[in-house]
Design a protein around this ligand. Sequence first.
Ligand SMILES: CC(C)(COP(=O)(O)OP(=O)(O)OC[C@H]1O[C@@H](n2cnc3c(N)ncnc32)[C@H](O)[C@@H]1OP(=O)(O)O)[C@@H](O)C(=O)NCCC(=O)NCCS
Length: 142
Amino acid sequence: MEVRAARDEAELRAALRLRHAAFVDEQGVDPAQEWDGRDDEATHLVAIDGAGTVVGTCRLLAGGTVAKLGRLAVTVPARRQGLGTALLRAGEAWAREAGCARIVLHAQTYARALYAAAGYEAVGETFMEAEIEHVRMERDLA
Ligand SMILES: CC(C)(COP(=O)(O)OP(=O)(O)OC[C@H]1O[C@@H](n2cnc3c(N)ncnc32)[C@H](O)[C@@H]1OP(=O)(O)O)[C@@H](O)C(=O)NCCC(=O)NCCS
């Protein structure tokens, strides 16, 4: 398994298809919210299995010293094997390289254990986003 930035259009398209399957098809997110116009400015990470298939993805947006990680998704058969966590770690490495001191994300509350186990702390009240309950979580990169 390899986790790194998407390196061509085919990998990027595969990552976007995976997001569509996970968020729009599986979770019922409105496509207008999923495709929010920020993908062109983002860095897209991919997890690639031994057969060369993209089985995980997330995107990163850097704003000054804070990086925002989002759109973390893993294909159904590849879940619960540590890939989500590996993508988080790769996102943190990318953010450090980009000079960020902190990484933030909006976690779906059902998945907060994933982020808590990786050292993220919940900040503030839960809120609704794309009609799904979320909580902001943050981690210091120092
Ligand atoms: C959330 C998601 C990315 C997790 O990916 P993953 O590769 O399965 O994550 P990991 O294997 O690294 O999981 C690590 C830990 O996170 C927690 N976790 C992962 N999936 C979970 C779930 N569905 N429910 C509760 N806890 C979960 C567990 O503590 C897990 O450890 P364990 O397997 O030893 O119990 C994946 O389920 C997914 O793509 N879901 C659909 C899209 C989505 O909800 N994205 C997240 C938006 S915040």
